[in-house]
Design a protein around this ligand. Structure first.
Ligand SMILES: Nc1ncnc2c1ncn2[C@@H]1O[C@H](COP(=O)(O)OP(=O)(O)OP(=O)(O)O)[C@@H](O)[C@H]1O
Ligand SMILES: [Mg+2]
Length: 286
């Protein structure tokens, strides 16, 4: 397997807070890597450093051996790495097509073919019929697909998806999951996926890493990771985890009552406002 993107000793400090703490990460060519962790774990900050939006305090990110961190989003996009934003904010006064054309032009020396590229990507994201409309008329799921289309229009090799499924209804979530799969299969992209919707993470990811308080606390196949006691503790809080593991499960094994089943880790709300962000999942500790 070829490693396409590598993060080495990546940290971000905001004043006294270590939002990301010495994270190492590898993304293989053609892989979908899930990133999970409780609210405030540092997932979005990790993306911001990989995508060049903020400089790392320590460490670096390499795409096929070339450093892409510490520059700018434009440099990362030119290199082939693009991210979507957790809180989608399309240009409200531009049409859906124009929004995607911004992506098609961004980071390119010449805007040649931007319109055609944008239309092709809109087609791929099932938004072609919305091309002349303003984004204000789209549902949240539509706006998330628009965010994906804008990112795809930059013609990346690595796509960073920040909660593109959370918050949409179940049918739209399935549609988005299919779309993500076909981004890999039909467009050949490698993907890192931050997502709170655990069934989607479980189904889509080849591998998952778990962040808690800025640190990578687990890594592996999705089915293994969600059974990891450190992961359950991170979501539920240490005491809840200890109490749960003290209760024998159906087969007599120590099985936490609420955290053991894959896909049953608590699902926080999408795009929580600062006031609503719990540091841990329900029942957790601050
Ligand atoms: N620009 C900033 N300045 C100061 N602190 C920040 C900044 N951005 C993020 N933080 C803090 O860094 C920590 C990690 O935030 P981040 O947004 O990366 O978490 P997250 O894992 O994406 O959370 P969520 O699941 O809620 O989206 C949080 O404590 C957050 O308040
Ligand atoms: Mg986030």
């Amino acid at each position: 397997m070829t490693v396409i993107l590598r993060a080495e000793n990546l940290s971000k400090r905001f004043g006294g807070l270590k939002a990301v703490d010495a994270v190492e990460l590898e993304l293989n060519d053609g892989e979908i890597l899930g990133v999970i962790g409780p609210n405030g774990a540092g997932k979005t900050t990790l993306f911001s450093m990989i995508a060049g939006s903020i400089p790392p305090t320590t460490g670096r990110v390499l795409l096929e051996g070339n450093v892409i961190s510490g520059g700018s989003p434009r440099r990362a996009v030119r290199a082939g790495v693009v991210r979507t934003h957790q809180i989608v904010r399309p240009f409200q006064n531009l049409t859906v097509l124009e929004n995607v054309m911004v992506g098609a032009i961004y980071g390119k020396a010449r805007p040649l073919g931007a319109r055609e590229r944008a239309l092709e990507v809109l087609d791929f994201c099932s938004l072609r019929d919305r091309a002349p409309q303003l984004p204000g008329g789209l549902t949240l799921a539509g706006r998330k697909r628009l965010e994906l289309a804008r990112a795809l229009a930059t013609e990346p090799r690595v796509l960073l998806l920040d909660e593109v499924i959370a918050g949409v209804n179940p049918a739209e979530a399935l549609h988005m999951a299919d779309l993500i799969r076909s981004v890999r299969e039909k467009r050949g992209l490698s993907i890192i996926l931050i997502e709170h919707v655990m069934p989607a993470v479980m189904r889509l990811s080849d591998r998952v890493i778990v962040l808690d308080a800025g640190k990578k606390i687990a890594e592996g196949k999705p089915q293994q990771v969600v059974k990891d006691s450190r992961v359950i503790a991170a979501y539920l809080g240490e005491s809840a985890s200890a109490a749960a593991s003290a209760q024998p499960g159906p087969a007599g094994s120590p099985t936490p009552t609420s955290g053991a089943a894959p896909a049953s880790l608590p699902t926080p709300p999408a795009n929580p406002t600062p006031a609503s962000i719990p540091k841990k999942g329900p029942g957790g500790h601050q």
